[in-house]
Write a protein that binds this ligand. Structure first.
Ligand code: PLP
Length: 374
């Protein structure tokens, strides 16, 4: 059976170009980047080249980029930095953030950090008027912690407005950009964010590598101590192969951004128009106007729960998600869907595309859906 992978918001396949870059590093540059000899210097230069490359994507100094094991570690590093170094005592976030934010914040509330949750509007975007009100009434040192693109419903939030509002009230802003890096350009000189994060496996790079952007890296509070790598901000021998893969992936995404965007728009459009042909009509969850094309979330009212549909699709060779990857396998449905649709527990399925998917795959999956739903 030919399998179709429509779960690219969970993770993406590695690009051949990325694999090639990683294999080259594996074969040739095996030195420890902290060693001072030839092999070490070679390895070091690969790390610094990739740091520069990522920094150029964000239009920031390379010193603002710290390599991590992924988005989760990067967000933990940022929260620790904001609280320990910047004296943040209050966080404004939302109920639809990734668990790497929400679960860390749960721990910080035990240590006296207070939290406000911003409202989400009918487009599943943050209510910026509410953000203004929350910021206005806050007297404690505050950080706004709101994502750019939601990983479950694909809504794109207005980073610039949130960043400007945050700085208007002298608050820090941490943008979880895990789903947008590689897809939506971000210029940190034009958009005044203090922190953001990236994770290579979301943009066709390897798993287990990512980065944190810190506007003021000298004020970072490490969460991993050891040999003092990453200027003492993140100890542990660097994941050289992963870092090379992440750089190659981001480079590819940016060099081909127009074609990639167009392909994703076309796939999304085709999927939507083909869905209209189904006898049993699903409900659109994300709005076309303010959603990223790679994520299409649907509600199938005739199915008792989404897992059944996810399972049925998988039996027919189509991989989709009934929530975020972090909650799959567990009985619990997605916290995002529970918050947005308190009465539609577990009937929602996320299709997420990559530019490697084809129109045939979309058409085949619609035929399968037709079969399953009849
Ligand atoms: C929005 C968002 N933030 C953070 C993460 C965590 O990234 P990582 O898998 O690299 O830890 C993810 C991954 O699913 C995500 O989608």
């Amino acid at each position: 059976m030919d399998r179709i992978y429509f779960d690219n918001a969970a993770t993406t396949p590695l690009l051949p170009e990325v694999r090639k870059a990683m294999i080259e590093v594996m074969d040739l540059h095996y030195g420890n980047p902290s060693s001072i000899h030839y092999f070490g210097r070679n390895a070091r230069s690969i790390i610094e080249e990739n740091r520069k490359l990522i920094a150029s994507h964000l239009n920031c100094s390379p010193s603002c980029i710290i390599f991590t094991s992924g988005g989760t570690e990067a967000s933990n590093l940022i929260l620790s930095t904001a609280i320990q170094n910047h004296g943040v005592q209050h966080i404004i976030t939302s109920q639809i953030e990734h668990p790497c934010i929400l679960n860390s914040l749960k721990e910080y509330t035990k240590k006296g950090i207070s939290i406000d949750y911003i409202n989400v509007d009918e487009n599943h975007c943050y209510d910026v008027m509410h953000l203004d009100e929350l910021l206005k009434k806050q007297s404690k040192k505050t950080m706004v912690c709101l994502m750019h693109v939601n990983n479950e419903i694909g809504s794109i939030n207005d980073l610039l407005t949130i960043a400007n509002l945050s700085s208007k009230y002298n608050s820090l802003y941490f943008a979880d950009t895990t789903q947008s890096i590689g897809f939506i350009p971000l210029n940190t000189q034009l958009c005044p964010i203090d922190f953001c994060i990236g994770s290579a496996h979301k943009f066709h790079g390897p798993k287990g590598v990512g980065f944190a952007y810190l506007k003021k890296p000298s004020e970072t509070h490490p969460i991993i101590y050891g040999g003092g790598q990453e200027r003492g901000l993140r100890s542990g021998t660097e994941n050289l192969i992963g870092i090379a893969g992440m750089g190659a992936a981001l480079d590819y995404m940016s060099k081909h951004s127009d074609q990639i965007s167009q392909k994703l728009v076309d796939l999304n459009h085709l999927f939507r128009s083909q869905l209209n042909l189904l006898k049993v009509q699903p409900e659109w969850i994300n709005k076309k106007e303010n959603s990223i094309s790679k994520i299409l979330t649907l509600r199938f009212p005739n199915f008792r729960n989404s897992d059944l549909l996810v399972l049925n699709l998988d039996i027919h060779g189509i991989a989709v998600s009934g929530g975020s990857a972090c909650s799959s396998g567990a009985e619990k449905s997605s916290h995002v869907m529970e918050y947005i649709f308190p009465d539609t527990n577990g009937k929602i399925v996320r299709f997420s595309f990559s530019f490697l998917n084809t129109k045939d795959e979309v058409e085949n999956s619609i035929s399968v859906l037709q079969k399953i739903l009849q």
